[in-house]
Design a protein around this ligand. Structure first.
Ligand code: FAD
Ligand code: UDP
Length: 377
């Protein structure tokens, strides 16, 4: 009898498996229908020996010391700050839009205050920011919105930004300084030996049994367990009884080039041209030295593995119906990007799982002379 059956060996499931086994001595069966651990962060050495990310570029960044320190138990880190250029008007300019972007694009030499004035003169001043279109129009106005966001978003989501929650384009800020980094989080680093190695160390515990190539539905009747943690798509668990939750997928096309470097920075975005959204060169991310290089082109599609929950009100309505069903399910917990239908980054998924772990194992406390004494577990 297992204490826990955990469905999905991505970050959400693996963090819980590790915590429940290592800290609480629970017996865990961790299953995944894929043939590997790591979920969407899975990386591997390709036929040329280049470390690549099977499900698209994964760059770790967080403001949470707790999350960074927790993962740091299973990996050494390689400091890495991601930089992205956008191919716009025949130039490669920094995105998020910043002082350098504006000066390059318009042949100007504005300082930070002047860039703010530039934005103010262009911005649409939307009274209530609700959609992803509102966010960008409000910050930089129509021209830059069309150059950088409107068409990229249409490619990525097959929706106009006006049909998506504000949270989507809010992920990409606007700056008046010269900071060309994609993220500004306190901790920005890559697992020195890759994500898969980090997962191997995380899951190396006598109480954790792993079964790969194993679908939840196929083992449900044959395995005894007390509690279920489910990190797959929540609508699939309930057999789509409240309707199908839409997800966006991506076709990843890998190319190897017989050259040391393909492009000058980790990622180049193509907001207006091409069917793909961006090209990422892995060696920038991993720091690997190799005479050849590998890049990935991302072609968004409606069909395929569910990668992106699509944040918009009608989808939240469907999700909320599933959430009600989930709450009524005994000894069953849903977590992760698919289990809670949230457009979460890796660090948010780790934080969510650590929070669920604490909920499952609240600190033991007892009363002492009327006062509460909390015992550390
Ligand atoms: P997943 O990694 O999807 O794991 C769920 C697992 O459950 C899967 O392995 C799946 O096979 C398994 N599963 C599902 N159903 C079943 C079933 N019925 N039976 C058995 N197994 C099942 N985040 C960042 O912080 N930085 C980035 O740069 C970044 N880049 C990204 C790029 C792309 C293209 C994508 C798609 C995501 C990116 N993310 C990034 C987000 C990151 O991938 C997720 O936050 C994180 O991997 C989610 O972990 P998870 O465990 O919730 O889900
Ligand atoms: N986006 C855009 N142009 C860009 C970069 C981002 O329009 O050059 C929009 C697009 O809708 C995208 C969202 O902002 O889906 C979030 O971008 P991010 O880079 O965070 O996407 P992810 O890395 O999650 O694919």
């Amino acid at each position: 009898m297992y204490d826990y059956l955990i469905v999905g060996a991505g970050l959400a499931g693996s963090v819980l498996a590790e915590r429940l086994a290592a800290k609480e001595g629970k017996k865990i069966l961790l299953i995944d229908k894929r043939n590997h651990i790591g979920g969407n962060t899975y990386d591997y050495y390709d036929h040329d020996g280049i470390l690549v990310h099977k499900y698209g570029p994964h760059i770790f960044h967080t403001n949470s010391k707790e999350v960074f320190d927790y993962l740091g138990r299973f990996t050494e880190w390689r400091p890495y700050e991601h930089r992205v250029l956008a191919s716009v008007d025949g130039q490669l300019v920094p995105i998020p839009i910043n002082q350098n972007t504006i000066n390059a694009l318009y042949g100007l030499n504005l300082n930070s205050d002047q860039v703010q004035e530039f934005f103010d003169s262009k911005a649409a001043h939307v009274s209530k920011v609700v959609t992803s279109e509102d966010v960008v129009l409000n910050a930089v106005g129509k021209e830059l919105y069309e150059k950088f966001f409107k068409h990229y978003t249409k490619k990525q989501w097959d929706l106009d930004p006006s049909e998506l929650d504000a949270s989507v384009t809010s992920r990409v800020p606007t700056r008046t300084n010269k900071d060309n980094r994609y993220f500004t989080d306190v901790y920005q680093a890559m697992p020195l030996h890759g994500y898969t190695r980090m997962f191997e160390r995380m899951l190396h515990h006598p109480n954790i049994n792993i079964m790969l190539n194993t679908n939840y539905e196929s083992v449900l009747s044959s395995i005894n367990f007390k509690t279920l943690i489910y990190t797959g798509p929540i609508d699939a668990y309930f057999n789509y009884s409240c309707g199908k939750l839409p997800y966006r997928s991506i076709d990843f096309k890998f190319q190897t080039y017989d050259t040391d470097q393909y492009q000058s920075t980790g990622t180049i975005n193509f907001p207006t041209s091409h069917a793909y959204t961006r090209i990422t060169e892995f060696k920038h991310l991993t720091g690997q030295k190799h005479p050849k290089t590998s890049v990935v082109f991302e072609y968004p599609t409606a069909e395929g593995d569910p990668y992106y929950p699509i944040p918009r009100p009608e989808n939240m309505e469907i999700y909320n119906r599933y959430k009600q069903l989930a709450l009524a399910e005994e000894n069953t917990y849903f977590t992760g990007r698919l289990g809670t239908y949230k457009y979460y980054n890796m660090d948010q998924v780790v934080a969510q799982s650590l929070t669920l772990f604490k909920k499952l194992n609240p600190p033991k406390s007892e009363s002492l002379n009327g006062r509460k004494l909390t015992l550390s577990a």
